[in-house]
Design a protein around this ligand. Structure first.
Ligand SMILES: *Cc1c(COP(=O)(O)O)cnc(C)c1O
Length: 473
């Protein structure tokens, strides 16, 4: 409705009512105008009616939704099912063109706007979270591992003779596979155990750098305890002083941690950080499927957009755009703050339980999201810690991870890990259980998790007592 139409409406409905409706409509238009001109999160989140209105407007800008449009090509955003059309808000053209995922599509002004706007809002959200030096963010419709692969492929043209990538050890298959999928050989540098923590072995990374065949060093800032986030500041300095070795940071769920963002910022000041990659679902509470490639170097991000073969789904952008405008700056900041506040709560509750059962919380002062408690005592009684993990799972606790120190030689992605895979280092001296205080976790979640964990301990020790009795009989 524009003002002319509102004027006409007054011949049907009392003038004062229409005036009020027009005011409300203008309020919504103002929100949209502000969003488009500022390219930043609005102060407060939008209501759902405004969001739907905005999406409808965007969709109506695409040719498949033009009144009287006839498609005479092979890609006309024809959608058979109404259910599918509704699910996509009528946006059927996706994003990008065959040569560049960031390119504007002539047939789809709306979808193109959606993609650019989403990138801008994500950039703003990241800066609010503390990544102030980022100048460009690209949302890619592939998850973190594949986004890492895209990044490596984009760097290939800049250093065509390189064949290897140094990975500061992280025991997550997708990290190794992302390197192999790009056609590089991973050089895995083991972590050092310092007290309870598995920490970056900066000296060994330095020793491995002595080759002009190294494309980049990959560091990881968000990881399961007892691994600490990598010493990105030291790695950034190494890469800087070594000349032409890129530094790529896997910041999978690190956006949500102020501390982790501060380290990346410091690393960019003290050395080189070329691109950082993060997951959309782990940081922004949307379904799995997307990642963000960000950098203070705009051209590098462009390279990644240009390496992407073909068009791509707009689904990730739609979900992110909706989420970010619905959150607004205030809710985004609140969520970040809540997580920071709940982290010590979960730590305290877990350490209480640990003490009650002869275990202890591992001392991992550098990890701002994940924590771990030993299961040594339980294991020493002959109880399988893997079974303990499955007991939690059957009690509908998901996301915890159990790692036993009694590990055998393991081959992962064609690489031998002599003391097993999972603890991020060789010969980690404890068996343990991890838990994370990640964005969106609530106080209630912590309470229920702790109750169920305690039940598992009780059951485990009851089982052991029963076993002993049976043996005695
Ligand atoms: C989740 C995660 C990955 C893999 O991410 P996908 O989004 O599943 O590709 C890689 N590295 C780390 C540190 C992660 O947390």
């Amino acid at each position: 409705m524009n003002s002319q139409n509102f004027q006409l409406a007054k011949s049907f409905v009392h003038e004062s009512y229409v005036k009020q409706a027009e005011q409300s409509r203008k309020g919504r238009e103002k929100l949209i105008r502000k969003l488009l001109s500022n390219r930043k999160l609005s102060k407060d989140g939008w209501d759902e009616v405004t969001i739907r209105l905005f999406l409808q407007e965007i969709a109506s800008m695409d040719s498949n939704n033009f009144i009287g449009n006839v498609g005479a090509g092979e890609r006309e955003a024809r959608i058979f099912s109404n259910i599918v059309r509704e699910r996509n808000y009528g946006l059927g053209h996706g994003i990008g063109r065959s040569g560049d995922i960031g390119a504007i599509q002539p047939k789809a002004a709306g979808s193109s706007l959606l993609a650019k706007l989403t990138d801008s809002l994500v950039l703003d959200a990241m800066r609010i979270a503390g990544l102030k030096s980022i100048k460009s963010a690209l949302v890619v419709p592939v998850a973190t591992g594949m986004a890492m692969t895209l990044v490596f492929l984009a760097l290939r043209t800049l250093k065509p003779r390189a064949t290897k990538i140094i990975l500061s050890r992280i025991d997550q298959k997708s990290c190794i596979k992302s390197i192999q999928a790009a056609g590089y050989e991973p050089v895995i540098v083991d972590n050092q155990v310092v007290e309870d923590e598995a920490r970056t072995d900066v000296q060994s990374i330095l020793n491995s750098l002595e080759s002009d065949r190294i494309l980049c060093v990959v560091s990881t800032t968000s990881c399961f305890a007892p691994r600490a986030p990598d010493d990105v500041v030291a790695i950034a300095s190494l890469c800087q002083s070594f000349g032409y070795v890129f530094h790529i940071v896997n910041n999978a769920y690190g956006i949500q941690s102020r501390q982790s963002n501060n380290w990346i910022e410091l690393a960019s000041r003290k050395g080189r950080v070329d691109m950082i990659v993060q997951s959309t679902d782990k940081n922004f509470m949307v379904p799995v499927g997307g990642a963000i490639v960000a950098s203070s170097k705009v051209d590098y991000v462009k390279n990644v957009a240009q390496i992407y073969p073909g068009r791509a789904s707009a689904q990730i952008h739609i979900d992110l755009l909706i989420t970010l405008v619905q959150m607004g700056q205030s809710t985004w900041q609140e969520l970040l703050k809540e997580r920071e506040e709940l982290f010590p709560v979960l730590k305290e509750e877990l350490s209480k339980i640990a003490r009650r059962y002869g275990e202890r919380l591992l001392d991992t002062p550098h990890n701002p999201i994940s924590m771990a408690m030993t299961l040594d005592h339980l294991e020493s009684k002959g109880f399988s810690v893997e079974f303990f993990g499955s007991m939690l799972f059957t009690r509908f606790v998901s996301g915890t991870r159990v790692v036993s120190r009694n590990n055998n030689n393991k081959k992962v992605c064609g690489i031998e890990f002599p003391n097993g895979f999972g603890a991020h280092c060789t010969n980690y001296p404890h068996s343990y259980l991890t838990a994370a205080c990640a964005l969106g976790m609530t106080r209630k979640d912590i309470e229920i998790f702790c109750t169920r964990l305690e039940e598992c301990f009780q059951e485990a020790y009851e089982k052991l007592a029963l076993q002993k009795k049976e043996e005695y009989l």
